[in-house]
Structure formats: C-alpha cells, structure tokens
Design a protein around this ligand. Structure first.
Ligand code: NAI
Length: 247
C-alpha cells in the first residue's frame, strides 16, 4: 500500500517549480492533491499530469496573500474530497531591491505572499484538522535566506525567517492535537523564480558544495518524506535542502 493513500493534501504554488514536483510526488505515494495557485492554467496542467500518472487531483485558483481565499480553499478541499490531511505552504515570490529602495509596497508585498500566507495556511488548516479530528501534517517552504542575510532581500529575509519560527512555534502548540509542522529551507533551486540571467545562476550554483543548482525534484522528495509517517519524529525544525550551503 502506498504510504499516503487516503490523505488529501493542499499544495500552494503547485503550478510550478517545487510545488509542481511536490504535487506529482505526493500523488505518486497515493495522496489526493489540491493544486492551488494564482496561475490557474498552470495548476490545471499539473492536475492533468497527476491524472496521467493515475492519481486524483483538483486545481484551485487562489491568492495566498488573502486569508479569506485560503480559508475557502481549505473548506473546498474538505468538502470535495471528504477530508483534509495536510497543507504544503509553498507559494512564494522574490522582489529584490537595495534596502534604500525597499519602499513599503515592495516590503509588504513579499511579507504578504511569503509570510502571511503561511500563517493563513497553518491557522485555517489546523482549525480544519481539529474540527475533523485529523492528525495531519503542515510543511512550510522557508529558505536558506531565512537564516542568512542576502543583499537586496530585506523583505524576503524577514519573511523566510518568520516562516522558520512559525514552523517551530506552530509545532509546539499543535503537537497536542497530533498535528506536525515542519519547514524546508531550499538552497538555489532550478525554477523560474531564479530568473533568466545565466551568469547569476552560475554564481548561485557555485555556492553549493557540488557546484550545481538543485533540481526541484530534490526538494519535493524531502517534502514528500516529511508528509509520511516515517517522518513522525521530525517536528518544528526546518530541514535544509541546500547541498551544504548552510554547513
Ligand atoms: P516558482 O516561481 O517556480 O513557483 C512559485 C509558484 O507560486 C508559482 O506557480 C506562482 O504562480 C505561485 N504564486 C506566487 N504568488 C502567488 C500568490 N500570491 N498566490 C498563489 N500562488 C502564487 O518558484 P519555486 O522556486 O518553486 O518557489 C516555491 C517556494 O520555494 C517559494 O516560497 C520560494 O520562495 C521558495 N524558495 C525557492 C528557492 C529557489 O531557488 N527556487 C530557494 C529558496 C526558497
């Protein structure tokens, strides 16, 4: 029997990159997936890929910076598939600017999309699990930049550091309900978020011990493991998937 049979998992940012790969791998282990993304067409494509590999999934258009939309996403999931077992709070953006150009709109946008979204997913997700009596799992995408500062990333550094601490704090409070919360801290992952500048990508790749960008499948396989019972003793921490960058 597949390890995640019967589980119903929401993946935000599921249309692309890490979220797309996680959707496919979680499905391959038996989970039903709600692929939630601002990019509805992309989410529908991932649903088709899941169906082509024999899985079950639904696409859902959401702006993760909006708490009401996240609540509606979780209600939709539980109603459509009869339960709700977990959420991968993964959607995110970068908006790089020198600090003296980090105007309030640029600061708040990244905090809203990368940080507040994780609170909404944890809050409405955990409330739904408690309501349903489900002992579930929440995985949050942080970053190596939640631990170390990067030039031009004041907003992103702040948001991702918050995700690291929200994973700890949430785990502490939700353990009594049988809900686990874990973070992942990717290094430099070969997804569209890195942009098109090949020289910049080469520089980032060289920061890893093996000198290569990390493929999103590698983050997805760690995330998929964290959703399984084999990871039941991993709680509150944030797991680097960074080819030694933070070491
Ligand atoms: P990606 O750009 O391939 O995927 C991000 C997805 O999030 C896209 O499908 C996008 O439509 C969606 N999204 C963005 N804003 C949204 C919103 N407001 N509401 C709903 N969906 C929204 O990027 P990637 O790399 O897969 O990023 C996933 C997560 O990994 C992000 O949280 C990112 O910060 C994090 N991360 C990525 C790293 C990298 O090097 N690629 C490194 C460390 C962390």
């Amino acid at each position: 029997m597949s390890e995640l049979n019967g589980k119903v998992i929401v993946v935000t940012g599921g249309a692309s990159g890490i979220g797309r790969e996680a959707s496919l791998q979680l499905s391959a282990k038996g989970a039903t997936i709600v692929v939630a993304d601002f990019n509805e067409e992309g989410a529908k494509k991932v649903v088709s890929e899941i169906e082509a590999q024999g899985g079950t999934a639904a696409a859902y258009k959401v702006d993760v910076s909006n708490g009401d939309e996240i609540k509606a996403l979780i209600d939709f999931t539980a109603e459509k598939f009869g339960t709700f077992s977990g959420i991968f709070n993964n959607a995110g953006i970068g908006l790089v600017k020198p600090f003296l150009e980090m105007d309030p709109a640029s600061y708040h946008r990244v905090i809203d999309v990368d940080q507040h979204s994780v609170y909404y997913g944890m809050y409405y997700g955990a409330k739904k699990m408690v309501e349903l009596g489900v002992k579930g799992t929440i995985v949050n995408t942080a970053s190596i930049y939640g631990t170390i500062a990067a030039v031009g990333s004041f907003n992103y550094n702040a948001a991702k550091a918050a995700v690291v601490m929200m994973s700890k704090s949430g785990a502490l409070e939700l353990a009594e309900h049988g809900i686990r919360v874990v973070g992942v801290a990717p290094g430099f992952i070969n997804t569209p978020i890195l942009g098109e500048d090949e020289a910049a990508k080469k520089f980032l790749a060289e920061q890893h011990m093996r000198g290569e960008l990390i493929e999103p499948e590698k983050v997805a396989s760690a995330v998929t493991f964290l959703f399984t019972d084999a990871a039941s003793a991993i709680n509150g921490t944030t797991l680097p998937v960074d080819d030694g960058f933070l070491s």
